[in-house]
Design a protein around this ligand. Structure first.
Ligand SMILES: [Zn+2]
Length: 251
């Protein structure tokens, strides 16, 4: 049975023509999970499936370039005639409902008609069909999580947004595919509020975790995905690829 990752977007901090922000479609057998809902990813998701048929949505953290299209999806699913039959389970960081669907959001439809609400924490794990999901807390400026997805002995790990951190290395142990952000050109760009990794730091985490393949994602426009991937590949020394919109990778 298939276990694949389709990139719905990898740009940050804003979408460009043909470049959506963070989002992925994870398919494992019959299960389909939308991982991160950055700007533009709801549109790209429709290239691959009817969003009403999603089995779950998982959100790494509440920065807009990873979560804004929860609102877009709500409009589509509530008002767009997509044929939603039952609320879709959403697993998001604490506060996602209040942020997007609180009393001032102005939505006419109750969010519970569209989304089944779940909040994740450091010890969260879940199951969607035969896909097993678990998380770790990563180093970002607000509660943010990395994701490990396991299906029939194969493993995908996604960093979300993070500075280099040991919890992510542990989560990524032995992964077949490690999707890791490489937003920064240099570590000196890190501040108390802006925490990301460089290509070399992504590669170091990949090496430390013993992953089989590294996918570089979430790269600043000023750095560029080609340059970031080349730097990560040189430092990792193993198979290294770029996240490109609408490309599907078997895990
Ligand atoms: Zn972020």
């Amino acid at each position: 049975m298939t276990f694949s990752l389709t990139v719905l977007g990898a740009a940050t901090p804003y979408p460009a023509p043909d470049a959506a922000c963070s989002g992925y479609l994870l398919r494992a057998g019959a299960a389909r999970v939308w991982v991160d809902a950055g700007f533009g990813t709801f549109a790209n998701l429709q290239r691959h499936m009817n969003p009403a048929e999603l089995d779950a949505i998982w959100i790494s953290h509440l920065h807009l370039d990873h979560s804004h299209d929860l609102q877009t999806a709500f409009y589509g699913l509530a008002y767009g005639g997509l044929g939603l039959e039952a609320p879709i389970p959403v697993y998001g960081p604490p506060g996602w409902v209040a942020k997007y669907f609180g009393e001032h959001a102005g939505h006419f439809t109750d969010v519970t008609e569209v989304f089944e609400m779940h909040e994740i924490a450091e010890d969260w794990s879940g199951r969607v069909g035969d896909l097993r999901l678990s998380v770790c807390r990563v180093e970002h400026s607000q509660p943010a999580y990395g994701l490990r997805a396991e299906y029939e002995g194969r493993v995908l790990v996604y960093s979300g947004d993070t500075a280099p951190c040991e919890s992510l290395v542990e989560l990524a142990a032995g992964a077949d595919l490690f999707v890791c952000e490489a937003d920064f050109d240099t570590p000196e760009q890190r501040t108390e509020y802006i925490l990301h990794s460089t290509p070399e730091e992504a590669a170091q985490m990949a090496s430390d975790a013993g992953v089989k393949k590294l996918m570089v994602t979430h790269v600043a426009y000023s750095l560029g995905i080609e340059a970031a991937t080349a730097r990560a590949a040189a430092a990792f020394g193993g198979p290294t690829i770029s996240a490109r919109d609408n490309e599907t990778h078997e895990i």
